[in-house]
Design a protein around this ligand. Sequence first.
Ligand SMILES: [Zn+2]
Length: 408
Amino acid sequence: MSDQPVALYRLGDEGVVVRSIRALLHATRDLALVAPGAAGPAETAESVRPEGQFSDVYDEEMARAVRAFQQRRGLIVDGVVGPQTYIALDGARWTLGDRMLSHTPGHLLQGDDVAQLQERLLALGFSPDRVDGVFGANTEKAVRHFQRGVGLAIDGQVGPETLRAFADLSRAVSGGSPHTLREQELVRRSGHSLTGRTVILDPGHGGDDTGTIAHGLAESEVTLDLARRVEGRLSAIGVTVLFTRSATTCPDELERATMANESGADIMLSLHCDSTDQSRASGVATFFYGQERFGAWSAVGEHLADLIQREVVARTGLADCRSHPRAWVLLQRTQMPTVRIEAGYLSHEEDAARLADPAFRDTLAEAIVIALQRMYLGEDDTIATGVLRLHDLRAFLETQRAAQDKPA
Ligand SMILES: [Zn+2]
């Protein structure tokens, strides 16, 4: 909020501040991400544009966007950006989990993430007094109560540990009390949970196309089985899971991409196993959309590919063949972040032996699900890769109930 304008900005104005306001309006989706005709097919809704690519003119379109934002936020709807609208816009770019939150007297943190935190605390019975998007002393007190209740270190700061506790709690609850239902609704709106998302799984090959056959395994069967194991885990935490194919069908890559786009899924995961003539090649690799030449790049895809790569390597011990940008049809034509995983070489005797083991496939599936969770939690690198486990939710709930029985 350091570059907050003191002046008013309105229709007809030009300059760098106008440009930065446009960037904020893109972030809140009040301005369309892709200007009509301005982008080729490579431009996807999740791609991150540097600020320099935005116009610096306050035009009609921008005034409309400002009014839409003001209307939604209960501000005076005049299409003019003054200090109040600017603070609200600037705060809107933060979602719970984007940054560390704490009470900093003299310069209080403000933003939508703080409001989300307060709503969540309130829903769980830890009152921050009111939901105003400002991290003050009462919010800190409520955070401390929450931390004590769930057995965390009590520091009043909202970092990865506390966010994870919120996420675990949202996974643990289902049906029942108004608090529970409200919490689920908040999680859905918060954008920082997998719950309520849709993931489309794309097991490679299928039908008559078996993919690689080696060491007694058919790639199409391994990928479908792995997809089902991922599906089970995602369904259990409230994710809607779709498939691009059944055991007997084999759509081509473009058809798979079209299916994904029409489904409106948030994420696509394409599952394959690798093979080569050189029997010594082994390991796991991940791929995301990127063409350096054209400056087209899926930043979210890259991040997710990297998280999956790290989790799989840490948990399975498969050789690390790293993640790479590719312009393959499926990666390029999907509108959501898509990651293709080449999980082991069927042509490699040891990789194949491990892939034949159901327990190993479970570990692979768990690694993939944890990577997805990490992405939505916005967790940083302070949590060691490969050690986070899907918690025993029942035990967690019991802790929670015990805490509620105690006086705060
Ligand atoms: Zn394949």
